[in-house]
Design a protein around this ligand. Structure first.
Ligand SMILES: Nc1nc2c(ncn2[C@@H]2O[C@H](COP(=O)(O)OP(=O)(O)OP(=O)(O)O)[C@@H](O)[C@H]2O)c(=O)[nH]1
Ligand SMILES: [Mg+2]
Length: 355
């Protein structure tokens, strides 16, 4: 469900819904229908109009849907009202992204970070209807004297958040030690929009076998390996989590230890899916996140990837991006343009070491 408000740009609205569809399938759902509504303003009770609620309910019943996903962030009361009105579960984009992260988290670090993000998202959304928490966290605490259920739930979540933060602090310290051992090495981090081809390029550059997949957020955990063919240079490459438009702030905050890898790199390679019609918008999205995590002052190289399936020959983009020392046009799958990129990385590493 997408709601178009005044001032929304057509292609951005469509793009966001397309992405919501991809996010849904990446989470394992099957999308039955996409419904949109244009509104002058948000309805405080239902977000959408009440007539629209009945219309969606009919569709939900007709198609046998069991969940409705909204592209915008919903207030707790709106979720409650919508669930009552539609008779099925209702979630928003942030919850969907968090769900995907939960599914993909493999390492202890990623699991702790995702759970922290989830609880931080949940805390302000706790309402009187939320009463099963003490069961879920049964071992941690029981209702204190004179506490309402809501207060108990809040206390349980806050306790859990404290525990998770402590765990993260420990992981963080381990990372700091790890990083100290690598300080003499030149550290390069691949960043970019999700599905841009970061892991494919990483495998290409380091001869590794990191999972690559045509779905959103395949990679959550960062992997670090030596650059192969680096002519005896000691260069470390890191593949890490991708970014997305409207990336939930809770995720950015709790992925601090993963994102520190980006923040503390000597060089960033911004991998772009050059075959995507709105790649320019995505570059802007990624730059925003880089600024948000304090990584916008690090030297950066642009790697325009997937030129093998780009609809327009990249040479014609000369007026936009001259293939120069900062812009590389590559295909990680067909291994085109990779040697130029490696040459540039090793040159910069050399320059850095001699400085
Ligand atoms: N045609 C083409 N496809 C590519 C190229 N590079 C990557 N892909 C495909 O794009 C999809 C995503 O690749 P990944 O390497 O998993 O992308 P990623 O940036 O690591 O994605 P996340 O980890 O999900 O953020 C996969 O299906 C790859 O096979 C390329 O140069 N050309
Ligand atoms: Mg990846």
């Amino acid at each position: 469900m997408g709601v178009k408000l005044p001032g929304a740009i057509d292609y951005e609205f469509d793009e966001s819904l397309k992405e919501l569809r991809l996010l849904s399938t990446s989470a394992g759902a099957r999308v039955l229908d996409i419904i949109t509504q244009e509104r002058k303003k948000i309805d405080p009770a239902y977000f959408i109009g009440k007539g629209k609620v009945s219309e969606i309910r009919e569709k939900v019943e007709g198609e046998g849907a069991n969940i409705v996903v909204f592209d915008e962030e919903l207030a707790p009361a709106q979720i409650r009202n919508l669930e009552n009105g539609l008779g099925v579960k209702v979630i928003d984009r942030t919850t969907l992204i968090l769900d995907i992260f939960v599914k993909r988290a493999k390492t202890n670090e990623a699991k702790v970070q995702v759970e922290l993000a989830q609880l931080n998202h949940l805390l302000p959304r706790l309402t009187r209807q939320w009463t099963h928490l003490s069961k879920q966290y049964g071992g941690i605490g029981t209702k204190g004297p004179g506490e309402t259920q809501l207060e108990t739930d809040r206390r349980l979540i806050n306790n859990k958040i404290k525990i998770l933060k402590k765990k993260l602090k420990k992981i963080d310290n381990e990372r700091i030690t790890q990083r100290k051992n690598r300080l003499d090495l030149y550290r390069v981090c691949l960043v970019g929009y999700t599905n841009a081809g970061k892991s494919t390029l990483f495998n290409c550059l380091t001869k590794s076998g990191v999972t690559t997949e045509n779905r959103l957020f395949s990679t959550l955990d960062s992997t670090t390996r030596k650059l192969s063919d680096s002519n005896g240079h000691k260069i470390l490459m890191t593949d890490t989590v991708g970014f997305i438009n409207k990336l939930p702030h809770q995720l950015v905050a709790s992925f601090k230890s993963t994102l520190d890898e980006v923040r503390l790199a000597n060089l960033l390679i911004h991998v772009v899916d050059f075959s995507h019609p709105h790649y320019l918008k995505r570059i802007a999205n990624v730059s925003e996140v880089l600024a948000e995590i304090g990584a916008d002052k690090i030297p950066i190289i642009m790697a325009f990837n997937k030129i093998d399936k780009s609809p327009e020959p990249y040479a014609e983009f000369g007026h936009y991006f001259t293939p120069d020392l900062r812009n590389f046009f590559i295909s990680s799958i067909k291994k085109q343009g990779i040697e130029h990129l490696i040459k540039r990385i090793t040159f910069l590493a050399d320059d850095n070491n001699s400085a």
